[in-house]
Design a protein around this ligand. Structure first.
Ligand code: TXA
Ligand code: MG
Length: 350
């Protein structure tokens, strides 16, 4: 299959939306930008399209998809019963990086929900995504548009790298704004539960929904814990670059010293070392391939740069990656959740 790439930042992009809509309506696959990461879209009510999505990503079919809608009112079409808290959260955070888990309506196929009786729904806050939803009139099921297990795409070129030849079209809308996947909140229990941390924090949710808890499985700091996460996708190794990644945590001086020693050791053996650093710390490394994800303390910058830097290390064919730790502020939880999974929970405390 020839994957068409269409740059919707060009002036005359109307035609591209028409083309993309026709593909979706015919059961095909179109990748598109959202404010979080690029999504791989297909018709969420068509079980064949869902199967194609799993095939293109190489994703296990028990890992359900998020359905994207362009209008809050569409909740009632996909959900059997919408609780008040869902409407309140939609008013507060949609369009935006929040996904809600609710009981599914009958017409939502099990192939989209991975066999579950619940469905994940989000209204994205990106002009390209919203326009595609409106023009196609399709409820778009879309996981992140990466090969299963790889870092999520924050640029159209990342999608191309993973899915060229496997999907019909990529709409290129430039670099995404946030860079981390949406916060997922399960509203099927009495007290809402966060299944995946994201840019919308527990504190922000609590202002609207009252008490909110966090799925204990995602707080665990090691891979040996036996508790399975409630979002099926969170149990897989994820976001992973090809090289072995270790998070190094400690005071800046000690982190520099420890990593510099490793760089020297690796160099002696002819091995390449990638270092995931910040603007402030980058100059403290001697040798190796140093990449800054942004300014420390600017969690937004770090979130936005994380996956891009992990993919860059793949291109540079490094053998080992050492990453600084980012327990900075409220978004630090979401960043560390992704980084820990990418590292397979390998943390060196120095
Ligand atoms: O920001 C995002 O959420 C991006 C953009 C494209 O919208 N999408 C995304 O989708 O990250 P994906 O498929 O990569 O991650 C969806 C997560 C998975 O961990 C999946 O297991 C969980 O949502 N999920 C989906 N439906 C669920 C359900 N009914 N119950 C529990 N977890 C669910
Ligand atoms: Mg994903």
């Amino acid at each position: 299959m020839d994957t068409k790439v269409r740059n919707v930042m060009e002036e005359d992009s109307e035609e591209y939306y028409r083309e993309a809509s026709a593909i979706l309506q015919a059961g095909g696959l179109v990748a598109f930008p959202t404010e979080t990461v690029y999504g791989l879209g297909g018709n969420g009510l068509d079980s064949q399209a869902a199967k194609k999505i799993y095939g293109a990503k190489g994703r296990p079919s028990d890992n359900p998809l998020i359905i994207h809608i362009g209008n809050k009112a569409h909740l009632t079409e996909l959900v059997s019963e919408v609780p008040d808290v869902a409407w309140n959260l939609a008013d507060a955070f949609w369009p935006g990086p929040l996904t809600m888990i609710l009981p599914k309506a009958e017409k939502v196929p099990y192939s989209t929900t991975g066999g579950l009786d619940t469905v994940a729904i989000r209204m994205p806050n990106h002009p390209v995504a919203l326009r595609l939803l409106e023009e196609s009139g399709i409820f778009i099921a879309a996981p992140s548009a990466n090969t299963s297990g790889r870092p999520s795409p924050t640029l159209a070129s990342h999608v191309y790298e993973d899915l060229n030849g496997k999907i019909d079209m990529i709409l290129d809308g430039g670099m995404v704004e946030l860079g981390l996947e949406s916060t997922i909140v399960d509203l099927t229990e009495k007290i809402p539960v966060i299944l995946r941390p994201g840019c919308i924090s527990k504190e922000m949710l609590e202002k609207v929904a009252g008490e909110v808890t966090v799925d204990p499985a995602i707080l665990q700091a090691d891979k040996n814990s036996t508790r399975p996460p409630k979002a099926p996708g969170m149990k897989y190794k994820h976001y992973a670059p090809k090289a072995e990644l270790t998070i190094v945590s400690g005071t800046q001086e000690k982190v520099w010293a420890w990593i510099n020693e490793k760089i020297a050791e690796n160099e002696k053996q002819g091995l390449r070392t990638g270092i995931l650093a910040t603007d402030e710390s980058a100059s403290g490394y001697c040798g190796g391939i140093v990449r800054s994800v942004g300014a420390r303390g600017e969690a937004g910058q770090i979130a936005r740069g994380l996956y891009k830097v992990l993919r860059e290390f793949d291109h540079l064919q490094v053998d080992y990656i050492f990453a600084e730790s980012f327990e900075t502020d409220e978004m630090g939880a979401a960043i560390m959740n992704r980084l820990l999974k990418a590292a397979g929970y390998a943390v060196e405390k120095v």
